[in-house]
Design a protein around this ligand. Structure first.
Ligand SMILES: [Cu+2]
Length: 234
């Protein structure tokens, strides 16, 4: 009986692998990028004291090979009938910085917001489709929970106490998204076979999202993106 079940499971995995694939790739920045500036946290000694060396701004993290971090890569207009995960997404406030700086979540997925600092934060989410909220988190309040129940393009979550604290959140009605790491790489697993529009968003290129077409056919599909510094107007 058990053997038959195992065979059935293996068969199911094999079949689903035939009709789904992983979309992977690297996002690069071509050209000379700006240097990350240190964040001045003097306004709150607790924040400043939580960093041995000053934290660097996270709006443009690029390594020497041009690999670009914190890029949201996602499929657009894809149909998905599954449920949102019950596992919460986590947005941490640690060292007076949001971690992660850029996050993708699913509509209806719980979001845990943590305060790991011995100071007050005021978390202020600025969506347009979902409901805006503004909540003080004194150091005694270590965790709150929220849900964004509608899909929405990227919006800002900021802290009204510490003006440098900024996060970018995008809410999806499907699980086919990823955020690049410091190696510029992303991976979107379990994409059903098909041809899709795939989008790359980075906060310094708000008006210049990159799009391509990707076809998944029972296996891996690779897509790479290159952001370029806009040409100066003469
Ligand atoms: Cu804060």
């Amino acid at each position: 009986m058990r053997k038959m079940m195992n065979i059935a499971i293996i068969a199911t995995i094999a079949v689903s692998a035939m009709f789904a694939g992983e979309v992977t790739g690297t996002v690069k920045f071509i050209g000379k990028g700006p240097k990350a500036k240190p964040i001045r946290m003097d306004a709150d000694p607790v924040c400043a004291a939580s960093h041995k060396a000053a934290a660097k701004a996270e709006s443009f993290i690029v390594d020497k090979d041009g690999n670009l971090a914190n890029v949201i890569v996602y499929l657009k207009g894809v149909k998905y009938s599954g449920k949102a995960p019950s596992t919460p997404a986590v947005l941490d406030q640690a060292g007076c910085i949001y971690s992660p700086h850029v996050i993708g979540i699913q509509a209806g997925q719980p979001v845990k917001i943590l305060n790991n600092d011995a100071t007050m934060h005021n978390i202020h989410a600025l969506p347009k489709v979902n409901r805006e909220f503004n909540k003080g988190m004194p150091k005694s309040l270590k965790e709150i929970s929220t849900i964004f129940d509608k899909p929405e393009d990227v919006f800002v979550i900021k802290c009204d106490v510490h003006p440098w604290m900024k996060n970018y959140t995008q809410v999806f009605d499907h699980p086919y998204f990823a955020v690049t790491g410091t190696d510029g790489k992303f991976s979107i697993p379990n994409v059903p076979d098909g041809t899709y529009e795939i989008v790359a968003w980075q906060e310094k290129f708000k008006k210049k999202v990159l799009t391509q077409s990707v076809t998944v056919k029972g296996g891996a599909a690779a897509v790479n993106f290159e952001f370029k510094r806009p040409k100066k107007k003469k």
